[in-house]
Design a protein around this ligand. Structure first.
Ligand SMILES: *Cc1c(COP(=O)(O)O)cnc(C)c1O
Length: 225
């Protein structure tokens, strides 16, 4: 495993995708998805300058990242979050939750955040592709959930997230990313707000996602192979 080399390759591929689409690479943050690795690999990424880490399980993720709690690291919860784990996630330092997909979870996050004196960033997970196996709400339900989120004082709605289907040909994911961007733009128009984040793109398809406006790309496999 050559983490430094992998990271450099990913960063230059992000920069190339930005160049192709007229974007500034500073607009794109790599979220290193560390769910399959050890603390030693996390630490190597930290030494290499990575500050955004993504996990999909509260307990395991918290164990892996807790030694960085007093640093400038940002912990992202990218996996499905159960309501009864919301408090634990916030306490463990997950300050950005990408995977909010129900009114009940939103309400619980708001209540627990208030109790802890926190204001986490949240994103709505949108199932753009409509695959049955995927979490997330349909794009036409996003307005209703956003309206609720915007009315809550202890969370900050910062954007939308999606997972594209795994395609043999990454180009085929483009309509999914375009759909998420449209969803974000529709919310911005409907509520006269600016949503800073589009969380989209993984190992298989991150360059397409960046070309379509991703601000947070969530990458695991390509870093650790
Ligand atoms: C595991 C995971 C990723 C990273 O996927 P790779 O293909 O390994 O880059 C991104 N997003 C979510 C929600 C994940 O669970």
């Amino acid at each position: 495993m050559n983490i430094a080399g992998n990271l450099a390759t990913i960063q230059s591929r992000i920069a190339d995708a930005c160049r192709r689409s007229g974007r500034n690479p500073d607009e794109v943050t790599l979220v290193a998805v560390t769910k399959t690795v050890t603390r030693a690999e996390v630490d190597e990424l930290y030494r290499l300058g990575v500050r955004d880490f993504g996990e999909n399980r509260v307990f395991d993720g918290a164990e892996r990242l807790k030694h960085l709690a007093d640093t400038d690291v940002r912990c992202h919860m990218i996996g499905h979050l159960q309501r009864n784990k919301a408090r634990e996630a916030l306490q463990a330092g997950f300050s950005c939750i990408h995977s909010v997909e129900s009114p009940k979870l939103l309400a619980v996050l708001d209540k627990e955040a208030a109790g802890l004196g926190l204001v986490p960033d949240v994103m709505l997970e949108i199932n753009v592709s409509g695959e049955e196996s995927k979490y997330g709400i349909s794009p036409d339900q996003a307005g209703k959930l956003a309206e609720q989120a915007l009315a809550l004082a202890n969370i900050r709605l910062v954007g939308v997230m999606t997972m594209a289907p795994l395609e043999a040909e990454p180009e085929q994911t483009r309509p999914v990313f375009q759909g998420l961007r449209r969803c974000k733009e529709d919310l911005e128009t409907q509520f006269s707000i600016a949503l800073p984040h589009l969380s989209m793109g993984m190992t298989n398809d991150f360059e397409i996602a960046v070309e379509e406006g991703a601000t947070l790309v969530r990458i695991g496999t390509a870093l650790f192979r």
